[in-house]
Unconditional design. Structure first.
Length: 168
C-alpha cells in the first residue's frame, strides 16, 4: 500500500454519507426482514426475539457484502483508502514490539515499516482530527530518526509493502 494525499473535507463528507447510509439501511432492512419472518413464522408465545435477531444479523451480512462491492466505486475512493490504511497500520501495530527491537539493531526493513506506520498514522489522525496523540508519534519518529542517522540508512516509504512484515 502506498500513502496518498486525500482531501480532508471530501473524505469527511463521503464518510458521513457512508455512515448515515449504513445506519439507515441497517435499520430499515433489519426491520423489514424481521417483519417478513414474523409474518411467515408467527410465534404462539408472542416473543419474536430470534426473528428480530436474525433480521439484524442478515442485514449486517448484506451490508458488509454491499460495502465490499461498492469499495471500488469512485465515490468510495477516500473512504476505502482510509479503510485500507487502517488495516495496513493494524498489521504493523501487531508486530510493533518486534519491529522496534529489530530497528534498534539496524534492520532496514523494520525501520521502513515503522516509518510507513508513523507517516500513515499521522495522515490518519489528521484526517480524523485526532491530534491529541501526535506528541507520542513525534517522540517515536525522533527515535526512529536517530536510528536512521546511527545506521546511515535512507528510507523511501514508497518501497514499503506488507510482505516485509513476514520476517518479524
Amino acid at each position: 500500500m502506498q500513502l496518498k494525499n486525500i482531501d480532508k473535507q471530501l473524505y469527511r463528507s463521503r464518510l458521513n454519507i457512508v455512515i448515515v447510509a449504513c445506519i439507515a439501511s441497517l435499520a430499515i432492512s433489519s426491520l423489514a426482514i424481521s417483519q417478513v419472518l414474523i409474518q411467515l413464522f408467527p410465534s404462539e408465545f408472542g416473543s419474536h426475539f430470534y426473528w428480530n435477531l436474525l433480521g439484524v444479523v442478515a442485514s449486517a451480512i448484506i451490508l458488509v457484502f454491499t460495502l465490499l462491492k461498492l469499495k471500488t466505486h469512485p465515490k468510495m475512493h477516500e473512504v476505502a483508502y482510509v479503510w485500507d490504511l487502517k488495516q495496513a497500520l493494524n498489521l504493523i501495530y501487531r508486530k510493533n514490539r518486534k519491529l522496534l527491537a529489530a530497528a534498534k539493531q539496524g534492520n532496514v526493513d523494520a525501520m521502513l515499516a515503522l516509518q510507513f506506520s508513523y507517516e500513515g498514522s499521522r495522515q490518519l489522525w489528521q484526517l480524523d482530527d485526532n491530534t491529541i496523540t501526535l506528541s507520542n508519534l513525534n517522540d517515536a519518529q525522533l527515535q526512529l530518526d536517530n536510528w536512521v542517522k546511527e545506521y546511515n540508512v535512507e528510507l523511501d516509504i514508497s518501497s514499503y509493502h506488507s510482505g516485509l512484515l513476514k520476517a518479524f
